[in-house]
Design a protein around this ligand. Structure first.
Ligand code: NAD
Length: 494
């Protein structure tokens, strides 16, 4: 570890506070956060109560009316660019905190998470003055213009898999339009966000109350969802929690809700897959990198009968070659799962697959590493073959390093299997036939379809699921609709 990384770990040990109205507010209650790679305590973090949340919401409301909400678009853009630049300048320290709280490899934190976390502020800074209104062609004697306004105070609830990146996916577009926010990181992963707020605070990037951070578990998320003075909630997490968020909105003030939920992404490998080795390599990497804790990761590989054996053999070799280890080991490919509950959930699914008679091609056990990592939450990368689509491992989101192989005999069966899921976040297909690519992409019931390269992302392209994978979109122009409301103004001129 470098000195900077060690300093980040030292910083995390001190008792943390919520960031409310530009102040670090000593909490009334605390909980203990753990490092999942070693299963040892990191330090104490606030468990926010109603009174503290009320203060955060009131600070956000005040900044919306009297602070950030009144900034000119140019001032907002400058602040967003500065916010991204500060993240960029501290990327090593922040990456170390992500690894500490989440268990992923340091290389993944630094190279996968950090660049987008900083750069998306530049993208949304560009949108501050480009999200135009409209005029409607109404009857003579009237002008009808349609303006887009900020929603107000947004509650942002974040999961643990990309703790800083997914927080910024919401913070940047919300602030870009003049909203103010109350953010709750996952109880497992609060550190990278808290440290970022310290850095922004020291540089005076945002006026007090613009971004408030309240820490804690699902009970705090529920207080946010039910809060009568929060105008909107944007949530990323599990489908089960997403349903509770919708209920919370209905039971309180009907705040608008955006949901980015679970997935069970299939990838179809047709017999004419253009470069089969490249396709296998890509699917392998997207399925097993970040220890399989990615909502869009391919979890079901649907393979044409004629190439099933080849794919199965090559994928098995690849998975058996994965090295799990110390998140700072340059040779390691897989770090620790994010927390004990997630580790137990994954192991439960692996056991259920074995019991149900799926063919275990690789892995299948928990892993005990030597030395300080011996109690860490490590799972052998696992591969099941010939999996019946009715098994739990084929139907439910595992969110770990577990991939299943299934076969199909024709296009119709492939599409049926693809859509036979409650989820609709992402799907992929590989074929050399352009007509089939369009036909199948159109038939797939998912918010993102990747043809001949699984897993493409760009700030300009909308990200979000169909069915029980969510409501609304992140990224691109589409996310701006989620953080704005449309007002129709009529002017009579006769
Ligand atoms: P989770 O639903 O357990 O928790 C997510 C967040 O919600 C946490 O901050 C948690 O404290 C909070 N929360 C828990 N109960 C709550 C309640 N009753 N009311 C309000 N908030 C509550 O999810 P997780 O385990 O942290 O994350 C993994 C899940 O996130 C997976 O299902 C994954 O697919 C999903 N995910 C989806 C996307 C996407 O963009 N679609 C991206 C990343 C992760």
């Amino acid at each position: 570890m470098t000195t900077q990384q060690q300093q980040a770990y030292e910083w995390a040990k001190s008792k943390k506070a919520n960031y409310i109205n530009g102040q670090w507010q000593p909490p009334e209650r605390l909980y203990l956060c753990h490092n999942p790679a070693t299963n040892t305590p990191i330090g104490e973090v606030p468990s926010t109560n109603q009174h503290e949340l009320d203060e955060a919401v009131s600070a956000a409301r005040n900044s919306f009316h009297n602070g950030w909400g009144n900034y000119s678009r140019r001032e907002r853009a400058k602040a967003l660019i500065q916010a991204g630049q500060i993240i960029r300048e501290h990327q090593e320290e922040l990456a170390a905190l992500i690894t500490l709280e989440n268990g992923k490899l340091y290389r993944e934190s630094l190279e996968d998470d950090m660049p987008d976390t900083a750069d998306l502020f530049d993208y949304f800074a560009g949108w501050t003055d480009k999200f135009y209104g409209e005029t409607a062609p109404v009857e003579p004697g009237f002008v009808n213009y349609i303006q887009r306004e900020a929603v107000g105070v947004c509650g942002l609830i974040i999961p643990w898999n990309f703790p800083l990146l997914l927080a910024m996916w919401k913070i940047a577009p919300a602030l870009c339009l003049g909203n103010t926010v109350v953010v709750k990181p996952s109880e497992e992963t609060p550190y990278s966000l808290l440290r970022t707020l310290e850095l922004w605070d020291a540089a005076g990037v945002f006026p007090p109350g613009t971004i408030n951070v309240v820490c804690g578990a699902g009970d705090v998320g529920s207080l946010i969802t039910h809060h009568p003075d929060i105008d909107k909630v944007s949530f990323t997490g599990s489908t089960a929690t997403g349903k509770k968020i919708v209920l919370g909105s209905g039971e309180s003030n009907l705040k608008t809700v955006t949901l980015e939920l679970g997935g069970k992404a299939p990838v179809l490998l047709f017999e004419d897959t253009p470069d089969l080795d490249a396709a296998i390599e890509r699917c392998f990497h997207v399925a097993y990198s970040q220890k399989g804790e990615k909502c869009t990761e391919p979890t079901r590989l649907l393979i044409h009968d004629s190439i099933y054996e080849t794919v199965s053999q090559k994928m098995t070799e690849r998975v058996n070659g994965i090295v799990c280890g110390d998140p700072y080991d340059a040779d390691a490919y897989q770090g620790a799962q994010s927390c004990q509950a997630q580790f137990e959930k994954i192991m439960g699914y692996i056991e259920s697959g074995k019991k149900a008679g799926a063919t275990l091609l690789a892995g299948g056990e928990a892993l005990t590493l030597p030395g300080e990592y011996k109690n860490g939450f490590y799972v052998q990368p696992t591969l099941f073959g010939n999996v019946d689509n009715q098994l739990a491992i084929a139907r439910e989101e595992i969110f770990g390093p577990v991939l299943i192989l299934q076969s199909f005999s024709d296009e119709e069966q492939a599409i049926t299997l693809t859509n036979d899921t409650i989820y609709g976040l992402a799907a992929g297909l590989y074929t050399a036939d352009v007509s089939r690519a369009h036909r199948v992409a159109s038939a797939i019931d998912a918010g993102q379809v990747f043809v001949n390269r699984y897993g493409c992302y760009d700030f300009a392209s909308p990200f979000g699921g169909f069915k029980q994978s969510g409501w609304g979109k992140e990224m691109g122009i589409h996310v701006l609709s989620a953080y704005s409301r449309v007002k129709s103004v009529w002017i009579a001129y006769d």
